[in-house]
Design a protein around this ligand. Structure first.
Ligand code: FDA
Length: 457
């Protein structure tokens, strides 16, 4: 059992934790980052599977994500554009695939009108939402008490329009069934990216990738911390006392380490707070609050081919359908790679369903779905891999966490409130960049700034 003393102990070496640690070090505070896994990065994980480099976790960078863009540039990393030449594909309710260009799906004119009108209204509502304080909107209570699905269905009887508008924040972002979260949660998701139109614009939201993989961001940040990052150290207990200023402090214990510090930052998904024994227990408010947050669930599917064959058919690789098992898919070919990679996503209840199948049957079903977009060749990848974050003990879902119906107005304002010397930072509680690496970096910076200010007081 080793014992060390630092100003701040940080639990989690993801983008939030490694950012906070660097900011604190720059301000002259000493840190120890305790990471449960044997690797840095959390939900950022670039690995080679059967000879193919895959982004098992997060990968895309969009133009509004200043905090991430600055960090990527400051670390000297290069970015490249997602391939997007040619037609996109949409599969309609009758299973027929249609090619299209631009953002509007090739639907009947009346459905197109309804989608356009709903998008305009949602953009206007989102413009009124402060992503850092969505609960302060005058209609927040009402908007948090109705499910995203119910609200949309109250606006129109056009099922295809509802499905297409719903899936941008449902299957594609919060990765939960659209009846299980509120209109307000959906508006927050859109506000965190600037507008609802941004979320539905794949060219915007899935704009760039980092050459060599996005995990390099936390890896390079951790490298700067040298020996202050400790891997394979799940924090089991956190003793804390007093207010954050004055005589308070924390003692974090793993199986082999004890870290005494003035402050702690829990820099991981809020669903994992209950894995730590707090001594004394956290206050009533946190006990309640944390039970109303849960992870979404999506399988990220990687299929690598000897060449990007869809490009030969004039397809960009961008494909959507609220009727397909894989509701969206993209060309995910690596920078400079001759092979072609497709990435598809199977979300929420569809993901539950395919996990009742054998691995072989699941693969067959998912590739069958991809073949509806790209033709039969999609059924024969040379490398196939499913990112299953639901099985990862130190994450438990994907992409991130969100509140249940009513939770945002009831508890949202307290999510980031420190408890004595314990502070909270994670992409899952960000305003701008919510559920994204950008949000993790923003939260890491914010919490570090708060601690620096307190420590100087
Ligand atoms: P994160 O979960 O990354 O890090 C927390 C760390 O804490 C983990 O390393 C964990 O092991 C550790 N930990 C937990 N409990 C602990 C304990 N008790 N003791 C010690 N350590 C503990 N974003 C984006 O911007 N673009 C994208 O394209 C995507 N796509 C995407 C795909 C997939 C499949 C996933 C899963 C996620 C994305 N995301 C994304 C989301 C993005 O990856 C995510 O929001 C951030 O990486 C989260 O960073 P954090 O540091 O907040 O948490």
């Amino acid at each position: 059992m080793s014992e060390i003393t630092r100003d701040v102990v940080i639990v989690g070496a993801g983008a939030a934790g490694t950012t906070a640690a660097n900011e604190l070090r720059k301000a002259g505070l000493s840190v120890a980052v305790l990471e449960a896994r044997d690797r840095v990065g959390g939900r950022l994980w670039t690995d080679v599977i059967d000879g193919a480099m895959l982004e098992i976790g997060g990968q895309w960078v969009s133009p509004d994500q200043d905090a991430l863009i600055d960090t990527v540039a400051e670390l000297g990393l290069e970015t490249y554009d997602r391939y997007r030449e040619g037609d996109s594909v949409y599969v309609g309710p009758d299973g027929t695939s249609h090619r299209f260009t631009g953002e509007m799906f090739p639907v009947a004119p009346e459905t197109e009108r309804v989608i356009a009108e709903l998008t305009e209204r949602l953009d206007a509502m989102v413009a009124e939402i402060d992503p850092d304080r969505p609960w302060e909107h005058p209609n927040a209570g009402e908007w948090d008490s109705i499910s995203w699905d119910s609200w949309l269905r109250a606006q129109t009887d056009d099922d295809e329009a509802v499905r297409n508008v719903a899936f941008a924040t449902g299957s594609a972002m919060l990765t939960k069934p659209t009846h299980s979260f509120s209109l307000l949660q959906s508006l927050l998701m859109a506000a965190s990216a600037g507008s609802y139109s941004h979320l539905v614009d794949a060219d915007f939201i899935l704009d760039k990738r980092v050459v060599g993989g996005l995990q390099q961001v936390p890896l390079l940040l951790a490298e700067r911390l040298g020996d202050d990052v400790f891997l394979g150290q799940p924090v089991r207990s956190l003793e804390w006392s007093g207010p954050s200023t004055g005589s308070g402090g924390v003692t974090a214990k793993t199986d082999t380490m004890t870290v005494r510090a003035r402050y702690a930052i829990l820099a991981h998904a809020p669903v994992l707070y209950s894995r730590i024994q707090f001594i004394p227990a956290l206050p009533r408010r946190q006990h309640q609050l944390h039970q109303h947050i849960s992870m979404g669930f999506v399988i990220k599917v990687h299929a690598v081919y000897d060449r990007p064959f869809w490009r030969e058919q004039g397809l960009s690789g961008t494909a959507f359908s609220p009727y397909e098992l894989s509701h969206e898919a993209y060309d995910n070919t690596n920078h400079g790679d001759e092979r072609g990679t497709l990435v598809g996503f199977v979300s929420d209840q569809n993901a539950d369903d395919v996990f009742t199948l054998s691995a072989e049957e699941r693969k067959e079903r998912i590739l069958e779905s991809l073949s509806h977009y790209y033709g039969p060749e999609a059924k024969n990848p040379i490398v196939y891999y499913e990112s299953d974050w639901g099985s990862e003990e130190w994450t438990r879902g994907a992409y991130a966490a969100s509140f249940d119906l009513g939770g945002l107005t009831r508890y949202g304002a307290d999510q980031r409130t420190p408890v004595g010397p314990i502070h909270f930072a994670c992409s899952d509680m960000a305003g701008a960049g919510y559920q994204h690496v950008d949000g993790a970096i923003r939260m890491g910076r914010l919490v570090a700034a708060d601690i620096i200010e307190e420590a100087r007081a």
